[in-house]
Design a protein. Structure first.
Length: 72
């Protein structure tokens, strides 16, 4: 009976450690995925902001030239 109990306890500890290792691995993968997604979103926002500034600058100069021609 003692041998069976020791074997069960050993198997329990082994599986518990295996599950903990798997959990840590998945957690690291999740953090890496989240950081990669964050970097991608940050780049996309910076790109959109840059394009917005460029289009805004073009828009203002077009309006200014229109005002000048109307006053003409």
């Amino acid at each position: 009976f003692q041998l069976a109990a020791e074997r069960i306890e050993y198997e329990y500890k082994r599986r518990k450690q295996q599950i903990q290792d798997d959990l840590e691995r998945k957690e690291k993968e999740l953090v890496q995925t989240m950081l990669a997604d964050f970097d991608e979103m940050e780049k996309r926002i910076e790109y959109e902001y840059t394009n917005m500034e460029v289009s805004r600058a073009g828009c203002c100069s077009a309006l200014d030239s229109t005002k000048k021609t109307l006053r003409g």
